[in-house]
Ligand binder design. Sequence first.
Ligand SMILES: NC(=O)c1ccc[n+]([C@@H]2O[C@H](COP(=O)([O-])OP(=O)(O)OC[C@H]3O[C@@H](n4cnc5c(N)ncnc54)[C@H](O)[C@@H]3O)[C@@H](O)[C@H]2O)c1
Ligand SMILES: [Zn+2]
Length: 714
Amino acid sequence: MPDPNSIQHRISTLTARLHHLNYQYYQNDISEIPDQEFDQLLAELQALEKVHPELALANSPTQRVGGTITKQFPTAQHKYPMLSLGNTYSEADLRDFDERVRKGLEGAEFAYVCEMKFDGVAMSLTYEHGQLTRGVTRGDGTRGDVVTSNVRTIKNLPLHLRETPAPPPEFEVRGEIFLPLPVFEDLNREREQNGEALLANPRNAASGTLKLQDSAVVASRRLRFFAYSFLSPERNVFPSHSAALEALKAWGLPVSDTWRRCTSLAEVLDFIHTWEKKRFELPVATDGIVIKVDDFQQQEALGFTAKSPRWAIAYKYPAEAGRTRLNEVHYQVGRTGAVTPVALLTPVALAGTVVKRASLHNANQIAALDLRLGDMVFVEKGGEIIPKITGVDLTARPEGSQPIQYPTACPACGTPLLRPGGEAHFRCPNDESCPPQLRARLEHYVSRKALNIDGLGAETVGRFAELALVRTPADIYDLTAEKLTGLERLGEKSIQNLINGIDASKQVPFDRVLFGLGIRYVGETVAEKLAAHYRTIDALLAATAPELAAVPEVGGVIAESLAAWATHASNRQLIERLRAAGVQLALTGEAPQAVSDRLTGLTFVLSGVFEQHSREDLQQLITQNGGKITGSISKKLSFLVAGDKMGPAKREKATELKVPIISETDLLAMIPGSTEPDSADEALEAGSAGDPEAAPEAFPPTPSGSPGKQASLF
Ligand SMILES: NC(=O)c1ccc[n+]([C@@H]2O[C@H](COP(=O)([O-])OP(=O)(O)OC[C@H]3O[C@@H](n4cnc5c(N)ncnc54)[C@H](O)[C@@H]3O)[C@@H](O)[C@H]2O)c1
Ligand SMILES: [Zn+2]
């Protein structure tokens, strides 16, 4: 018997991790890991909770639908909860599902309906007397956001239904809102040209669009809808799901005609195999198929778990792999000089998109794969994540090919590259004048989490850099309307907006300015800690490396990097020019700034002694991220954060009330940035499409976001 303490620990770690991933996924439209990995973690938690139900935390992600509601829209209660779907990647699991259904129906005959699983945003629509009256998102499954005016802009969605056969006076339709693939590709092409980060997938794009407040903008985005379920207060309107689908179609609702009624598991598997490749010809992203028991009475007999129906399951297709030729390796230079190799491939269709580039991470990986130009390589792509090369087809290796020689000089400025001991990346040390480094630093300076200059996005500042209008952040403050007049694509209004934005950025607090300087390893959290500790840039730059290293959260590596930065004359000069421009280089007020609202709606009790942070620091972290500290343990409490030497009474009470008990590490895991070594910079440099910055202006990763991908179904 394994140690129950370690199981309890694993359960609480998994719980916190999954809560965090759900938050990122539904609120911010960010997938930190591929779906398949997420599903594995969830399956592990389910398995542990099954064996140790007494250790399961209240609120467990195995019991809850992932999304929540936002503050931007009115909300409404769902008449019938909008649940999730159990899912699997294996045919063996489908056999088990079939077995369970068979048992549940006690040998009665039954049929399935197989449908494509559209990868968009779940929507509940109400029709009254044939008129569309309401559109509500899944939200937390019980309540959702009322987004009727946005939904009304969807062109293939009828506002009035056809009357034959007569629709019931009131009913609900559920379905998926999505962005057609060609529209998505257009959008990304545009973004690429503008130098903006690409949207990871059509689901993010659809979800971001639906969260917009301005329906006119939503209308311009060409969203579409597919209906896949019918619900009504009147029972027995239809005998079966398939009959309902036909009626929906007759009323004029868009129903994808890809569905099929299957009378055996063999037919279901055949459907799965048929669509495995063919689905990429559809104009909509799909990530699997949904299998539902057809007969409504049988559905009712089978019922639901807390989270999903027992009469349906989703089969998800595994990450797509392909084989194509490696033509070239391109070397990108990032903000801190790190050189990232990117493979340029003969275009290959993979997971519904055309893949032309794949990440190679670093020189070690090229060597490990023994890659050669002209090789046929295997490329893999999960739903979201940037494609990667997983191997070489040695049988197709061109004759006389030579291992790829990693460059010894910077591809942009020619400076010999360095590879400090132990690091994976080669670096261009010419941080003072290597053009891509300068440009990336400017982009970082104006980015949302740094100075967030209105009217001056990454794309514009990049253009200014190319035109030699700006070289360093200080040059931004020398821009004037005269200097900008006459530039292409920059009207009078934009110029005024930009100048106002630059002016407003002088009010941005010191910690964000410090972050904006783009000093290696000084990420958001470290910048905050340093600003809080030293209060002024002068005090900070006067500190020695050992002094810096003594600040909580600031390790030796960060300290060395900062101290080295401070010794450069050009950096000192930059600071003086920013000072002269009026940029905040010292903390002013006392009140701690909100950093995020990742913990909004959550309450915490801290108890015991903590290892990594003082209790005060943890309290501050929680409040800065929107959470609340309360004194006593009640049923409503979201989490008890247990430190060393926590009193047994507290633990007992929390256990009794089923309040999840989490560790300091679990808490920190919910607040990204609080634990990461700030070399997360490296990941950003690679320009990943999974990058948190991937959804800027046009698709705000809404601070108080709304559910992205949602499950509905009934
Ligand atoms: N990568 C991550 O970090 C991360 C985090 C959270 C969730 N996820 C992914 O999201 C999934 C869970 O999301 P979910 O709860 O929204 O469930 P889901 O997406 O797996 O399944 C339910 C959804 O399928 C949709 N759907 C599409 N076609 C349908 C059809 N024909 N019939 C019925 N429903 C149909 C519905 O909108 C419903 O919302 C997980 O399986 C995981 O892969 C990933
Ligand atoms: Zn260089």
